[in-house]
Design a protein around this ligand. Sequence first.
Ligand code: HEM
Length: 124
Amino acid sequence: MERSLYERLGSGAGIKAIVTDVVEAHMNNPVIQARFLPYRDDPDNLAAVSQQLSDFLCAGSGGPEVYSGRSMVETHRGMNISAEEYMSATDDIMATLAAHGIDEGTRNDVLAIAYALKGDIIRV
Ligand code: HEM
């Protein structure tokens, strides 16, 4: 049987490590860093958001973790996120997956999920 997306991403520990590096990439990305840098001064909140992101990706890829955060529309409503920012964030995710040695087919599976969510995140 084909391995689940969760397994191909390295299961809970692998996904957590990916999320840590995606958030770090966002903080170094000039297009979106202003959205994320404030979390540097608020480590508890940073840890909480990172945990939600990890749970979201774990649960959405077939893992046993439960996502207890808000819906994507609810989370990003009022942030006025542009298509350019969305593309930039997606680029960070794709580059981080490659840096973690995730194969191309698996990267494309994540890209398809990210693309499917864009209507819930851009200018909602
Ligand atoms: C595929 C794209 C994206 C996904 C899957 C995603 C997912 C998430 C998730 C699961 C959370 C945590 C929700 C919660 O705590 O209830 C979150 C929070 C957040 N997202 Fe996104 N997001 C995406 C794109 C973006 C983009 C493009 C931006 C801005 C450039 C952004 C900015 C934020 C911020 C600032 C928070 C923290 C909100 C808070 O502290 O309450 N996200 N996102």
